[in-house]
Design a protein around this ligand. Structure first.
Ligand code: SF4
Length: 360
């Protein structure tokens, strides 16, 4: 009954999206990875560009990680791109280039968790499996009126059971039901001000009936997010600047950046830049004027990044904290993928250069 109500609502009113028009497992897989923690409107242009560049698993596996990260630039959560690339190679090596059809094999690919494997299996392989992404957790916890924090293992267990028990076993119904759960979370059952009066589940939804939509899902009080002050050097040697390739493992792995790091207590920003540059590259530089300051929030911490113009004085670049260092001209720097805060610094550098040329 509940499943049928949702399926009927979905069939009558869902959005046309390119990954709903294909049965190609590779295309559905790419969409599911891009949609993790990212809204449809943001994903759409990336999805189309990515598939135009890498139309097959083979094409993705043969591309360099650098190129793949460049295509992903701006979409965030870069581990997704690294894992997608790694998984494409694994499909070539282990599954002879054919996307696996067994649930356990799908789950075994890098970057694919239980919910993503369930979605790919239902949508691409046409084997019904339950899903539980962030939107679905919100919808089901409201439907069931769960008043414990949704991060609790016991609550997650309850939500998985709800997702499983509601899931129809008919292949097409299961496809539409899982799509509908995601659609409901994205279009009506939003975190704030859900549009309950248009919802096919309003007569059953406990949160709606108890007027507790604002309280459910219950979240644990947020931990205090640490803040770091970062100093980076834009080091000039004639017309080239020095960029560093971050280690592949870890945050923003495989992306390029300007060398720098965390300021110590009571250290001036310029002293921090001078020290960090020397520690990370072995270069002596003079630190000049500030170019710009950028605030940025990551999942578990926030930064304020201060970028300074630096002049190369002496030394040979040694990648002490990166995979490699490279001198590049501004005319070629756009080939490299940078994280968002560094991208803002780059835009400021280009603007400064443009203004200098105008003044000349
Ligand atoms: S009735 Fe409201 S709170 Fe309940 S599932 Fe529908 S949109 Fe969400």
């Amino acid at each position: 009954m509940l499943a049928q109500q949702l399926i009927e609502w979905y069939r009558a009113s869902h959005r046309q999206l390119p990954w709903r028009e294909t049965s190609n497992p590779y295309e559905i897989w790419v969409s599911e990875i891009m949609l993790q923690q990212t809204q449809v409107a943001t994903v759409l242009p990336y999805y189309q560009r990515f598939l135009a560049a890498y139309p097959t698993i083979q094409a993705l596996a043969e591309a360099s990680l650098d190129e793949v990260l460049k295509k992903w630039e701006g979409l965030g959560y870069y581990a997704r791109a690294r894992n997608l690339h790694k998984a494409a190679k694994k499909v070539i090596e282990v599954h002879q280039g054919i996307f696996p059809t067994a649930f356990e094999d799908i789950l075994d690919l890098p970057g694919i968790g239980q919910s993503t494997a369930g979605a790919i299996s239902t949508f691409a392989i046409r084997k019904p499996y339950p899903i539980l992404d962030g939107n679905v957790k919100r919808v089901l916890s409201r439907l069931k009126g769960i008043d414990q924090p949704i991060q609790e293992p016991i609550v997650l267990e309850q939500l998985w059971q709800a997702s499983q028990s509601l899931l129809p076993q008919d292949v097409q119904d299961a496809y539409d039901f899982n799509q509908a759960l995601m659609e409901l979370g994205a279009t009506l059952c939003m975190p704030k001000k859900p549009l309950c009066l248009q919802c096919p589940w309003q007569e059953t939804c406990q949160a709606f009936l108890q007027h507790r939509q604002d309280e459910i899902p219950v979240k644990q009080p947020p931990k205090k997010t640490p803040h770091y002050t970062i100093g980076v050097g834009v080091i000039w040697k004639e017309n080239d600047v020095l960029i560093a390739l971050r280690p592949e493992a870890g945050l923003l792995g495989g992306l390029w950046e300007f060398p720098g790091g965390k300021c110590r207590d009571n250290e001036s920003l310029k002293a921090c830049v001078q020290r960090e540059v020397e520690e990370e590259t072995g270069l002596k530089v003079t630190v000049g004027a500030k170019i710009t300051s950028v605030k940025h929030a990551y999942t578990h911490f926030k930064i304020t990044l201060h970028a300074f113009d630096c002049r190369y004085v002496s030394g040979t670049p040694e990648p002490k904290a990166s995979q490699k260092l490279k001198w590049v001209g501004l005319d070629e720097i756009d080939q490299y993928a940078f994280p968002k805060a560094n991208k803002t610094v780059l835009e400021a550098i280009k603007l400064n250069k443009g203004q200098q040329l105008t003044l000349c």
